[in-house]
Design a binder for this molecule. Structure first.
Ligand code: PEP
Ligand code: MN
Length: 268
């Protein structure tokens, strides 16, 4: 039996179980110009929140780690300018209050990434803020382990939006070495009482696959998506320092959203 899902409030928005929500933006905040440009071209298409990472968990310690505090300033400036809630990743306990301070009370959602899905002290402390948290599926976490992980957050008072983003399996379907999407987990998280989004970007690994998976997730009943969009040049290349290969262009994102809305009508 499905548990009843309570709405989650972020600023003026109520996230409810019977609606669809789309969050988009760059993987990583890299410059004010980049973040404003992507905002202009996604917010105008009707997204519900704007994403961008200031603290980035990179596999390679020499890779760009994000702009940190400066990145937060840019992201919240854009959020305030467009009056839209923002989503940003918290990696360490000491970033919890920093992000909150930088928000200057602008509505936002903390994102806890796949690598921290079982970092219980972080989950506990972020949960004590009462601010909503998007909890991404751990690469190697079972559905049941994710439900327990969410419990660390909700214990403190923060509501959790679950996010399926793919897990590590022997099947590297995309050929890009990215994760395998576990679409049934979306239903299982919902059955456990969580509004559940799907992140097609980190499982798809390239735009064509990202769009296919994103549409499949809507058909599978996801409450919406969180998608990475980038500044793509005339040759179709995105020059972002993080996750450039999977960023959707503005055209690809716009066409995805239109098709998603058609599928949403069929699935309702
Ligand atoms: C991201 O959203 O950019 C990200 C790093 O996600 P994940 O933790 O799912 O890899
Ligand atoms: Mn990313």
């Amino acid at each position: 039996m499905r548990k009843e899902i309570s709405p989650i409030h972020v600023g003026d928005i109520s996230i409810k179980a019977d609606k669809n929500y789309h969050i988009a933006g760059p993987c990583t905040v890299e410059s004010s110009q980049q973040v404003f440009d992507i905002a202009e071209n996604t917010i105008s298409r009707g997204i519900d929140a704007y994403r961008g990472g200031a603290f980035k968990p990179r596999t390679d310690p020499d890779a760009f780690q994000g702009l940190g505090e400066d990145g937060l300033d840019i992201l919240f400036e854009v959020g305030r300018f467009y009056n839209i809630p923002v989503v940003t990743e918290v990696m360490e306990q000491n970033q919890i209050s920093l992000i909150r301070k930088k928000s200057k009370s602008h509505p936002f959602i903390y994102q806890v990434g796949t690598r921290n899905a079982q970092n219980y002290p972080l989950l506990r402390d972020v949960g004590e803020t009462g601010i909503p948290v998007i909890l991404k599926r751990g690469k190697g976490s079972k559905v049941s382990e994710m439900i327990s992980a969410a419990g660390y957050i909700t214990k403190g008072g923060s509501p959790v939006v679950m996010c399926e983003r793919g897990i590590e399996t022997f099947s590297s379907a995309s050929g890009t070495g990215r994760a395998t999407a576990d679409l049934l987990a979306i239903t299982q998280f919902q059955e456990a009482g969580f509004i559940t989004l799907f992140d097609p970007s980190h499982a798809g690994g390239m735009p064509e696959y990202v769009v296919r998976l994103a549409l499949a997730s809507i058909a599978a009943g996801a409450n919406g998506t969180i998608v990475e969009v980038g500044v793509v040049d005339e040759q179709g290349k995105c020059h972002a320092q993080c996750d450039a290969q999977q960023a959707l262009s503005y055209g690809q994102f716009t066409s995805f959203l239109q098709r998603a809305k058609e599928i949403e009508k069929l699935v309702k």
